[in-house]
Design a protein around this ligand. Structure first.
Ligand code: ZN
Length: 172
């Protein structure tokens, strides 16, 4: 059975947090996406599906960000098509993501790695105890700093890649 069909059933049958009091069913929005490379975490909402492509969902009246699969994300934000577009974008950029770290990163005047890709300029730099990222695009009038700090420079670079995927998915 296709993963999405299975997760659809899990939502419909109220698995995991879908039937837990105090967990909102609607009004979530996606703040991050992530390709884990292989299915390796349990969906934070249905608590039943093992997922590879992770949608990080935030809600104003829920204390934590939930990391969930495509179908749960779509139901949580009330927009199945948007969640599916993000998921498809992650899948279509898998090969590119694999090569991302071995691309030729340049070094900025301040000594930080940066690269131009897909119409974005990406920079990673030390922040706090880890690494942060900034992506910018002049044609989109966009400038985004990562919310999180990442443990390693490579993790920050991959997070920047995923952030670009999310922006491109929103435009699709
Ligand atoms: Zn789920």
């Amino acid at each position: 059975m296709h993963d999405n069909d299975r997760e659809e059933e899990l939502v419909a049958s109220g698995r995991g947090k879908w039937s837990k009091a105090g967990v909102p069913h609607k009004g979530w929005h996606c703040v991050d996406i992530e390709d884990l490379g292989e299915p390796q975490v349990e969906c934070g909402m249905c608590e039943s599906q093992t997922i590879r492509y992770v949608h990080h969902m935030e809600h104003p009246s829920y204390p934590e960000i939930l990391e969930v699969g495509c179908v749960c994300a779509g139901h949580m934000e009330g927009d199945i098509a948007a969640a599916r577009t993000r998921d498809d974008s992650m899948k279509s950029r898998t090969g590119k993501r694999k090569r991302w770290l071995s691309r030729k990163w340049r070094i900025s005047a301040k000594g930080y790695p940066w690269i131009r890709a897909d119409g974005f300029r990406v920079t990673v730099y030390p922040r706090g105890a880890g690494w942060a990222t900034t992506i910018s695009s002049e044609e989109r009038a966009l400038l985004q700093h990562s919310r999180k700090n990442y443990q390693t420079e490579d993790q920050a670079k991959l997070a920047a890649f995923d952030q670009i995927t999310r922006v491109l998915a929103r435009e699709a």
